[in-house]
Design a protein around this ligand. Sequence first.
Ligand code: NAD
Length: 245
Amino acid sequence: MTDRLKDKRALITAGAQGIGEAIARAYAAEGADVLATDINGEVLAKLNAVDGIRTQVMDATNAQEIAKLVGAEAPFDILVNCAGVVHHGSVLTCSESDWDQAFDVNVKSMFLTIRECLPGMIKQRAGSIVNISSIVAHRGLPNRFAYGATKAAVIGLTKSVAADTVGDGIRCNAICPGTVQSPSLDGRINAFDDPDAARKDFIARQPMGRLGRASEIAAVAVHLGSDESVFTSGIQINADGGMSI
Ligand code: NAD
């Protein structure tokens, strides 16, 4: 522990597994007081054993649940928006319900949490919002139609919030990961007829020749959440194994 986030209170969505879990653990290790939320209470509960982390079940698409939690817990110094869902398919196979769900979980959730957390941040004239986008926001990848559209929207949302709050001491930035080992990635890989070949394909598209680790995305989130990045707002950091070279 090096206390890079000492005295900071952080709210994290989708903290139960993958990148969100890694961010919750890294933030706590850096001295933050972390409230990790997720829709999956069963998986989330393991984090209650970690010093510095409390958990609460929250659906990041549910405005009432968010308002209740933030009303009881605000102000936060850091908000990490990590909730996301990947739909496989092109424009020709995307259903309207897939499209709507993708935008609800990947984009609307950010609108809702930011809307609730911002007043407390503005009052204290400090706050850092970290939105998890994806490299697919910048680079078209096959069968990521709805997902790519949502993650590009996250960049626009991030810049809009940054523009509106830059005079209030608030920063809003995004992280664009490449392909990162996570439970849901395993699920996507195992859905292929030949999972071994699918894993090799995922790895092959990353110039560094391997999948990312959730802890490597968490390291960027620590930087953006901490005062080290206090002069930085409205940007995205690509942590993508070289996909954007
Ligand atoms: P994951 O997909 O394995 O887990 C996602 C978590 O989100 C789960 O714990 C799930 O319960 C939770 N969740 C889903 N809907 C929710 C909702 N409505 N409210 C609250 N929680 C909800 O984790 P991951 O693969 O690390 O992905 C995390 C984020 O990182 C997502 O936004 C994803 O799009 C993004 N991302 C992941 C990768 C990757 O390769 N893993 C790459 C780029 C971006």
